[in-house]
Design a protein around this ligand. Structure first.
Ligand code: FES
Length: 154
């Protein structure tokens, strides 16, 4: 039996054969993904007070995103960004609409939810619905000498 006869005997169409071929080479069929920001998942609360209070060491590789303006990362449920003007912000990363993880956008200097398009300013205030409430904001205190960033709630 010839190869073309064999393929026809399987009952596969040309498009079905191309789909099978593409599945086998899927990595070459997709564009390269943008790397996801780090989520350190370190403890975020003070065990005594129960309030958010942690310190990130920006000399550590895990926190390197915060050494450049526009970088951001997650620690637990908190997004920490070094905004494009160099200051730091820390907000809840949980969108108040349906809980999707938000991202910091360097170009527009705001916070965006990729699920339904809600937007927040860098203080967490809603600037575009459907999010019904602001993102909780935390205090930041950066020591440029030690390169340590404390995130806490008062
Ligand atoms: S979950 Fe964020 S806008 Fe809907």
């Amino acid at each position: 039996m010839k190869r073309s006869e064999f393929i026809r005997s399987l009952g596969l169409s040309t498009s079905a054969l191309m789909a099978v071929y593409c599945m086998g080479t899927l990595t070459s069929c997709t564009k390269e993904d943008t790397p996801a920001p780090t989520n350190n998942n370190n403890p975020t609360t003070n065990p005594i007070t129960g309030k958010v209070d942690f310190t990130l060491d920006l000399t550590q590789t895990a926190n390197k995103e915060l050494t450049a303006n526009g970088g951001f990362l997650y620690n637990g449920d908190i997004i920490i960004a070094r905004v494009r003007t160099g200051g730091f912000i820390a907000l809840s990363k949980v969108c108040t609409h349906q809980g999707t993880t938000v991202v910091y956008q360097k170009d527009t200097n705001d916070i965006y939810c990729p699920n339904h398009g809600s937007m927040f300013d860098i203080t967490g205030k809603v600037t575009k619905s459907p999010a019904p409430a602001p993102l909780k904001m935390y205090q930041t205190d950066y020591n440029a000498t030690t390169m340590k960033l404390r995130v806490f709630e008062s």
